[in-house]
Design a protein around this ligand. Structure first.
Ligand SMILES: Nc1ncnc2c1ncn2[C@@H]1O[C@H](COP(=O)(O)OP(=O)(O)OP(=O)(O)O)[C@@H](O)[C@H]1O
Length: 241
């Protein structure tokens, strides 16, 4: 199967700081990848480059064969790339339902009936159906993160990018988040790329892992392979122990 996402020899520098230096990988449609790497190695920079917030210094990003690098964020979003970054984005004064409705309304061309179906399906997907009438600002931190995932998937994207979605969550919320992401990937067939540090979460996702180091993909494999790979251990722990 051909890749939905192809990243080829991607470079991104900020002034003299070279962050991405020849990053290349592909993700087939309907699959999930977890992007791991030490702090500051460029994981968020990659996600922001993919959604058009940064312009690559060199290289290509293709979606279903078409180049998207250099497009504006709204153009990339319209092609079906959706994201939840680390910055909070819920409307705290509005209800959970209203937040999702706003995200669905960004899409044009849906009649009211089909919009309502998408809202209900989205609330169900993120486990917040029973909290639809609650004010978003009153939700727990974890539930606000789920609402943000809901807002990201309300446009029914082809690919979902998540930047550390479980940051600040309890272990139980973290496991429930894994179930949400697995439902999106396995039931809805959504392609997913996740940046994450929490190993319990990564383990629950059971997806192939890409290890980013010094600006390029250093290793690709299962979590088990990553955990036992001497080179990866050295990246994280800086020793041969
Ligand atoms: N807009 C920017 N301008 C200048 N430097 C930046 C900018 N964004 C990121 N950087 C730098 O690029 C490097 C990579 O940052 P990035 O946030 O992508 O790392 P990361 O792998 O996501 O880190 P973490 O795991 O800590 O979130 C860091 O040195 C950071 O300071």
């Amino acid at each position: 199967m051909s890749d939905l996402v192809t990243v080829e020899n991607l470079h991104k520098s900020f002034g003299g700081l070279q962050v991405l230096r020849g990053m290349s990988f592909g993700v087939p449609e309907g699959e999930m990848r977890v992007l791991l790497g030490p702090n500051g190695c460029g994981k968020s920079t990659f996600l922001k480059t993919m959604i058009g917030l940064h312009r690559p210094s060199a290289g290509e990003i293709r979606l279903a064969g078409e180049r998207i690098d250099g497009l504006h964020p709204h153009e990339i979003a319209r092609l079906g790339v959706s994201t939840k970054l680390q910055v909070p984005s819920v409307f705290r004064e509005l209800s959970v339902y209203q937040n999702i409705r706003i995200a669905v309304q960004r899409e044009t061309g849906r009649d009211a009936r089909s919009r309502n179906m998408v809202i209900d399906e989205t609330l169900d997907m993120i486990g917040l159906l029973t909290q639809a009438g609650n004010r978003a600002g009153n939700l727990s931190h974890g539930h606000q993160q789920w609402l943000e995932i809901g807002m990201a998937i309300a446009s029914q994207p082809r690919i979902l990018l998540l930047d550390e979605p479980t940051a600040g969550m309890t272990p139980e919320e973290t496991q429930q988040t894994a179930q949400i992401v697995l439902r999106l990937n396995r039931q809805k067939g959504m392609t997913v790329i996740i940046v994450e540090h929490d190993m319990a979460f990564v383990s629950a996702l059971d997806a192939p892992i890409l290890v980013l180091n010094q600006g390029s993909i250093f290793f690709e494999g299962t979590l088990r392979q990553v955990r036992t790979h001497q080179g990866v251990k050295e990246i994280y722990f800086g020793s041969r122990a």
